[in-house]
Design a protein around this ligand. Structure first.
Ligand SMILES: Nc1ncnc2c1ncn2[C@@H]1O[C@H](COP(=O)(O)OP(=O)(O)O)[C@@H](O)[C@H]1O
Ligand SMILES: [Mg+2]
Length: 398
């Protein structure tokens, strides 16, 4: 017969049974509880307080606290004092109630019980409680996410409404420009209007791109095609000047399953940023390599799928450590005319592909963006659902 794993609790022994559980056991029980525990006697002397109770109430333990009157020990927490005082005045004791400590701002969830002797006479009172601050933070984050989703819908609606008038402004300014072909002043001003309208339109397009939920249209994609397309998109936005550009794709890199249009946008944004940073000179290189996946996943659920790593490296001015922390945040820009949405969109697209992105840079040492994309996005495997943070760890400095 196969051996059965025994439970972790020792089996009962007939020859070593203690007459009763001794006091140390109860002391350990109270100090090991992951809940704050506090008990007072009928006379109001502090009988029990554990470390979690001190911590949750924002108090520091002092020798001799036990045995003192509870109002002296809990002087900083008048809310807790009045709750304990009420234990002997009412039969309706609060269970799962909440309070906010004024002196720490923390939220506490508690239940109050009377300690009765065998005859039902009140001996004392005890308070069990838990710090709810973390729970509140989670709820707050949840609410924030909801608000952001609504905000996103609003932004999309506004952006959409703004697009049409902008297009009209551009067209009408163009008509006027033709009419005032011979008047230099008017032509210059109309040129400015057209330029500004184009820029406003570009911002609206980026905002829309950022807030719009991504719907992938995956297909088999040849990386070289995507990168070539990205280069021409980037060149359409930012003049390349004398910047050298090369693409090196390792022969073992397979076609990947991805949304070709989005990948082109993604790399176009990265290339455009490099071109903008480099001011018409220097070198941008893209290298793609295959990373083999785990053949046999160790835990069955978190297999590392085969992926392609694409490194985009420039020898431009680089990024300071402070800025590096923020480059992926929406609206962070160091450019007078920037939207700060390029990299936020890039990250969104990478995440949609179950990929990762990482930036490494230092002032004067150029910048490298590393994008890792699964050969087949993990969400195509039912077993491999991992929705955790997709951005690679902290940004490193070189
Ligand atoms: N290759 C790069 N070299 C130097 N700085 C960069 C590079 N790529 C991005 N950045 C920095 O990241 C910021 C955010 O980029 P992005 O989100 O594309 O917005 P934008 O291009 O509108 O400023 C840029 O303003 C710039 O400071
Ligand atoms: Mg940009």
């Amino acid at each position: 017969m196969p051996r059965v794993q025994t439970a972790k609790v020792s089996p009962p022994t007939t020859n070593r049974r203690p007459a009763k559980v001794d006091d140390t056991f109860y002391r350990h029980l109270v100090s090991s509880l992951r809940t704050g525990v506090l008990a007072i006697t009928r006379e109001g002397l502090l009988a029990v307080i554990n470390d979690i109770a001190y911590r949750s109430l924002g108090l520091s333990p002092r020798a001799g606290d036990l045995g003192r009157h509870f109002t002296e020990v809990l002087g900083d927490c008048p809310e807790v004092i009045s709750i304990l005082q009420s234990a002997f005045d009412t039969d309706d004791l609060p269970n799962r109630a909440e309070l906010r400590l004024r002196h720490t701002g923390k939220s506490i969830g508690y239940s109050l019980s009377r300690i009765n002797d065998d005859d039902g006479h009140a001996h004392g009172a005890t308070l069990f409680f838990k710090d709810l601050t973390q729970v509140e933070q989670l709820e707050e984050r949840e609410r924030l996410r909801d608000r952001l989703a609504t905000l996103g819908e609003m932004a999309a609606a506004i952006a959409h409404e703004v697009k049409n008038p902008l297009a009209s402004i551009e067209v009408m300014a163009g008509v006027l420009r033709r009419q005032f072909r011979d008047t230099d002043d008017a032509r210059e001003q109309l040129d400015d209007i057209i330029k500004e309208a184009k820029m406003a339109n570009a911002i609206v397009v980026e905002v829309l791109e950022y807030v719009r939920p991504i719907q992938l249209q995956p297909e088999r994609v040849r990386l070289e095609d995507v990168l070539t397309e990205s280069l021409s998109l980037a060149e359409g936005k930012i003049p390349r000047g004398g910047i050298r550009f090369d693409i090196a794709i390792n022969p073992d890199v397979p076609d990947i399953t991805a949304d070709a249009h989005q990948l082109s946008q993604l790399f176009a944004n990265l290339i455009a940023n490099a071109f903008e940073a480099m001011n018409g000179k220097g070198h941008v290189s893209i290298r793609a390599t295959l990373i083999q996946g785990d053949v046999e996943p160790l835990d069955g659920t978190h297999a590392l799928p085969a992926s392609v790593r694409i490194e985009l490296k420039d020898d431009g001015p680089g990024i300071s450590a402070d800025d590096l922390e923020r480059i992926f945040s929406p609206f962070f820009t160091t450019k007078p005319q920037g939207t700060g949405l390029g990299l936020a969109i890039v990250r969104k697209m990478v995440n949609a592909h179950d990929g990762r992105i990482h930036a490494s840079s230092a002032p004067g040492r150029g910048t490298t963006f590393t994008v890792t994309l699964p050969v087949v996005p993990t969400r195509h495997y039912p077993l491999l659902m991992d929705t955790t943070e997709k951005e690679d760890g902290p940004h490193s400095r070189r």
